[in-house]
Design a protein around this ligand. Structure first.
Ligand SMILES: NC(=O)c1ccc[n+]([C@@H]2O[C@H](COP(=O)([O-])OP(=O)(O)OC[C@H]3O[C@@H](n4cnc5c(N)ncnc54)[C@H](OP(=O)(O)O)[C@@H]3O)[C@@H](O)[C@H]2O)c1
Length: 440
């Protein structure tokens, strides 16, 4: 009886089947095996809901017992143990979250607006009911920043937290910087490509980032803030000229969210700011997000990833569902295993020689005619193609460094060719071979 309880699946109700709901269902269906290897039991999608739920195409393998347009049916369903609110806004979303809590169900939400506005009160209601609230997806969809602040660096005392928390505005600033186009043109293009909403105010005037910063400030400093109290400026006035001047100062411009401890309180703001180009934050381009925290003890840590999108945000929702699913089975067997998976599979790495990569070969040689011919004939004998030959001018001909880059080739063949090359009489030292990781 006990074993049966330990291994029992956990049943989910998903309300909201748009971008995030769709991504969540896809991951739950397509990654079901990996998820159950980690949990030791399965997550079942028992009920789904949206205004147009009946006409939605669900992912293969997703066969809920209930498909409804009325969220109340999901919350009231006797088998549903955890409800995901993926609707958004502060109206019906609040009713769903509070309705689920009142029904004794734990809740996962991606809703920064609702949680930034009223999360603390909602959490009190959940705690009083003995259920849990999880909200990883609400800030920086693809970066597990809640888990980091809540657990990963909980032992530190955060002094400063910086964030690039809105992908749309970061995309617009990156485009202005790279192409010198003016703000209105870049915004129009971003809207055409679907990166910016028809009403872009929440993104470009800083309000979306403000809600996210309010949430991160709670997690980092234990502070409850009203988002409207945060000093907020948007990016509408940033022009190509600002980037030209910023460059002269060794800087770039970002919509920077910042919260820092000071004597007597916290400085909290969202506004465009100049950042030295050599900082890691300055290299965050396009629709990416980042958070940089500085602690009294652990110093600097940096987190980077996609800020939004069905799949990155879906991963955050599914990971929250997994965490809460463990908590509704409150036994030692359901704590997070230290190795992430309940059991590790005996594994040996594949032979590295089978790996295919582009390569960088650096030679030091005594120069004479025919060197490239000799090297390329060895490469050709191993079916390896040359990508480029690079040589800096005016170097010492008796110890001449030059480089050959190779097209994607199996490592074993490259190693064999390099060994052959090493025996050539003009080599001053063994060739240096390094893979080129272009996909990083
Ligand atoms: N999009 C992202 O990348 C992202 C990233 C991080 C966080 N979030 C947050 O995730 C949440 C969802 O965003 P989203 O982009 O997925 O929104 P979305 O694409 O607009 O989807 C919203 C869903 O909610 C459903 N819905 C609306 N009103 C409803 C009601 N009264 N009853 C039942 N269902 C209702 C809609 O139904 P229909 O489909 O039938 O109209 C739709 O399926 C928001 O809180 C957002 O801030 C989004």
């Amino acid at each position: 009886m006990l074993d049966w309880f330990l291994m029992k699946d956990v049943n989910l109700g998903i309300v909201g089947l748009g971008n995030v709901g769709g991504g969540t269902l896809t991951i739950l269906a397509e990654n079901a095996e990996e998820i159950s290897r980690k949990l030791g039991f399965r997550l079942n999608v028992t009920a789904v809901c949206s205004r147009s739920a009946k006409s939605k195409t669900l992912p293969a393998g997703c066969t809920p017992a209930l498909i409804t347009t009325d969220w109340r049916e999901v919350v009231a369903h006797p088998d549903v143990e955890i409800v995901a609110e993926l609707v958004g806004g502060t109206g019906v979303a609040r009713e769903i979250v509070e309705g689920a809590i009142a029904a004794g169900k734990s809740v996962v939400t991606a809703n920064k607006e609702l949680i930034a506005l009223d999360g603390a009160a909602i959490w009190k209601k959940a705690a009083a009911k003995g259920v849990t609230l999880a909200m990883e997806a609400s800030v920086c969809g693809g970066i597990p920043i809640h888990a980091v602040l809540r657990e990963g660096i909980a032992g530190d005392r955060i002094e400063t937290l910086f964030g690039i928390l809105n992908g749309t505005s970061n995309y617009i600033l990156t485009e202005i910087e790279q192409h010198g186009s003016d703000f209105a043109a870049v915004l129009a293009e971003a809207q055409r490509l679907g990166y910016a909403e028809a009403d872009p105010s929440a993104d470009i005037d800083g309000f979306d980032a403000r809600s996210k910063l309010a949430l991160l400030t709670s997690l980092a400093f234990g502070a409850r803030l009203t988002p409207a109290d945060i000093h907020t400026e948007g990016i509408r006035r940033i022009a190509p000229t600002d980037f030209e001047y910023a460059r002269q100062l060794g800087c770039t411009i970002k919509l920077l969210c910042s919260a820092r401890r000071a004597q007597g309180g916290l400085f909290v703001s969202v506004r465009p700011a100049l950042l030295p180009r050599k900082t890691i934050m300055a290299s965050v381009q396009g629709a990416y997000n980042a958070v940089w925290s500085r602690g009294t003890f652990g110093a600097d840590t940096f987190y980077y990833g996609r800020g939004a999108g069905p799949n990155p945000t879906g991963v955050a929702v599914v990971s929250d569902l997994m965490r809460l699913a463990r908590e509704v089975r409150p036994t030692a067997a359901h704590r997070v295993p230290p190795f992430a998976f309940t059991e590790l599979t005996e594994t040996r790495p594949l032979p590295i020689g089978e790996q295919k990569r582009p390569w960088y070969l650096r030679f030091r040689i005594t120069d004479r005619p025919g060197i490239i011919r000799d090297l390329s004939s060895i490469l050709a004998a191993h079916s390896i193609s040359i990508d480029a030959v690079l040589q800096l001018p005016d170097l010492d001909k008796h110890n001449l460094p030059f480089v050959i880059t190779l097209e994607t080739s199996p490592e074993a063949a490259v190693r064999q060719a390099v060994e052959k090359m090493n025996s050539l009489e003009f080599m001053v030292e063994p060739p240096l071979a390094m893979p080129i990781e272009r996909g990083i």
